[in-house]
Design a protein around this ligand. Sequence first.
Ligand code: AHM
Ligand code: MG
Length: 339
Amino acid sequence: MTTGMKLKQFLLHEKRAGVDLPYDLIELIHEVSITCKEIAATVSRGELSGVLGVAGSENVQGETQKELDIITNDIMADHLSVSGLVAGMGSEEIDDPIDVPSKERGEYLLMFDPLDGSSNIDVNISVGTIFSVLKAPLGCKETPKLDDYLQKGIEQKAAGFVVYGPSTVFVLTTGQGVHMFTLDSTIGEFVLTTEGVSIPEETTEYAINMANRRFWEEPMKQYIEDCQLGEDGPLGKRYNMRWVASMVAEVYRILIRGGIFMYPYDNRDPSKAGKLRLMYEANPMGFIIEQAGGMASTGHGRIMEVDSTGLHQRVPVVLGSAAEVRKVEEYHSKAEKVA
Ligand code: AHM
Ligand code: MG
């Protein structure tokens, strides 16, 4: 009976059961979970913390940073840089890779978005932390170079996210399915509540920011138009729509009851291939969705096989229930054939 096991206890149990999980990867996941408890505590204090609102700076992507973006980035970076488990880190909030002192270096690279959906903080809607673990090609011997980080999503050793909602839940994959651990604040531990998450193959619920419709490419416009035609249209079923504007909340919902989430390419700024970032948003979420039986695509192919060209590279994202993601890919491939 694994339900009720604490996070680290469960990972050690899996290792004993034959899952390929190095001890230092277990330790790294555990350390990340500790920082997420600290972030959960900080976020939950809301207005009491006196740190809601804008920090007055911009990150490398030209986005306004919230004070909590910076505070949560520091919580993660400071904690992990003395853990002896990472050789370097990449964060949404920091332009360049974060180096780790030589004596503290470990074998892994950690990519993270410390507070995803932070525009929702002031209005008290769920936000989260997303992370992805890669192996450092040179191990702990040298400071990793930018190139060392630029690995495809299929190279990920673990990925996860934490949603800070009505309850705080840690969602994890190490390539052996997806498991959910709920924070039991009475004992201060993440406790296994769902083992082996499975996304329904079919869905009638889509999530997309409709306000960007005029900037999308034709296949995406056509797919959404057909969803809106419901049972009278070519898709032959009535759809429902959700948009939380927090990817962690959208992906969590899809893991629980299925659905499709899209942040497609749009031509607001032709230099950007979408809004979401490959290394610390799309890849880890793609790994989790696939491990739960869903699909994660750019509309043209698998996200986890996209070549990585930069720490903050953007990518179109279409993920969720496999049959529905496949349909969106068909809309794109049909359009390519006509062109
Ligand atoms: P962030 O990392 O700056 O918070 O941006 C990512 C977020 C996602 O969580 C969410 O899906 C999307 O941005 C919402 O975008 P929009 O503001 O277009 O609704
Ligand atoms: Mg983000």
